[in-house]
Design a protein around this ligand. Structure first.
Ligand code: SAH
Ligand code: SF4
Length: 351
């Protein structure tokens, strides 16, 4: 019999599950509190439940079902965890230390089907969606880990492996749990979802009107280059993607972050910066320039510092809000998907 993952259940479903075991309703509230605000790692840790109930839950249920398969810590404090899922698959989670508090970078799929040419997560292809419980368990693990060393989880980014809008249901149920005061109770203002640009998902998300930050992987100043880098651009080219992002900004009042990886000799020239400024002029947005993280299996290289700075200056000169992302965890292969690829051995190169 497959065990029930209690993290995937809404509070109402959990209440039905616990009372279905013949327990009084208040037990469900106790379990909910242990699972979410109290970060219990196991049923045995739920000390105010009768032992018989804890043993029964241990037999027939799980809390996310993740276990740590590998971990690496960077000199700059970035910590990378490789989680083993119940079916033996693995996904990565990164803990990002910031002065204002720690943040978690979490995965939504095993692999990814978007096939971006520069990305390690897409290299081995798509394996499966994570369940809502598997997404949530990454965050709960990180929060427990941070609490144990006296720090707090300030926010999170859905920027690990996978395309969150391609795993719509689990992602939405997870975001519901994040903002639910009975569960994670974290404002979506502290959460950023990164997408490669799935337009129907962006529009659906806009309709929710949540204050969730949206980051969009732009990476190119025109369709020609974006088509080379990201197959999704053929389906949703810039003239379709950007109006959807505008709608998101307008409905939520949140500015869009456009992520732009600078790859040497590919998208980092002055003319590209000017095209990019022209594309984004007048839009409620911010540009995050990302020095490319080298992927062992790929030949792309990061742009030199001086080119990164002149790209930034060209955008700023046109009045575009722009920053360069601090490079974190480069010594531990922090580019998404790399720890898993190293762990799984040689990825199948489909590029
Ligand atoms: N699938 C989503 C979210 C996960 S990827 C998306 O594509 O937006 C998170 C970010 O990391 C994206 O902006 C992605 O383009 C970027 N990225 C992927 N590989 C990278 C690499 N090798 N170096 C730097 N950034 C990378
Ligand atoms: Fe998937 Fe994002 Fe990597 Fe593209 S960049 S392959 S969408 S994880």
């Amino acid at each position: 019999m497959r065990k029930t993952d209690l993290l995937t259940l809404t509070p109402a479903e959990l209440a039905a599950y616990i009372t279905g075991l013949g327990e009084p309703a208040y037990r469900a509230r106790q379990v909910l509190a242990w699972l979410w605000p109290k970060d219990a790692a196991s049923f045995m840790a739920m000390t105010n439940l009768p032992l018989a109930l804890r043993e029964r839950l241990e037999r027939q249920a799980v809390i996310g079902g993740l276990s740590v398969a590998a971990r690496e810590k960077s000199a700059d404090g970035t910590e990378k965890l490789l989680f083993m899922l119940p079916d033996g698959q693995t996904v990565e989670t990164v803990i990002l230390p910031y002065r204002i508090g720690d943040s978690a970078c979490i995965s939504t799929q095993v692999g990814c089907r978007m096939g971006c040419r520069f990305c390690a997560s897409g290299l081995p292809g798509f394996v499966r969606n994570l369940t809502m419980g598997e997404i949530a368990a990454q965050v709960l693990y990180v929060r427990r880990h941070l609490r144990a060393r006296g720090s707090q989880l300030r926010g999170m980014v859905l920027m690990g492996s996978g395309e969150p809008l391609d795993n719509w249901e689990a992602t939405i149920s997870f975001l519901e749990a994040v903002k639910d005061p009975q569960r994670l109770g974290l404002s979506l203002r502290h959460v950023t979802l990164s997408t490669s640009g799935l337009v129907p998902g962006i529009r659906q998300l806009a309709a929710y009107g949540w204050p969730l930050n949206l980051a969009v992987s732009l990476h190119a100043p025109n369709n020609e280059i974006r088509n080379q880098l990201m197959p999704i651009n053929k389906k949703y080219p810039l003239e379709v993607l950007l109006p959807a992002c505008d709608e998101y900004a307008q409905k939520t009042g949140r500015r869009i972050t456009y992520e732009y990886i600078l790859i040497d000799g590919l998208n980092d020239e002055q003319e590209h910066a000017e095209q990019c400024a022209h594309l984004l002029a007048g839009r409620l947005c911010h540009v995050n320039l990302i020095p490319y993280n080298t992927v062992a299996e790929l030949s792309w290289q990061a742009s030199p510092q001086q080119k990164i700075q002149s790209f930034k200056a060209a955008l700023a000169a046109k009045g575009i809000s722009v920053t360069v992302r601090r490079k974190m965890g480069a010594d531990i292969a922090a580019a998404c998907g790399q720890l898993r690829n190293n762990y799984c051995g040689e990825p199948r190169n489909e590029g």
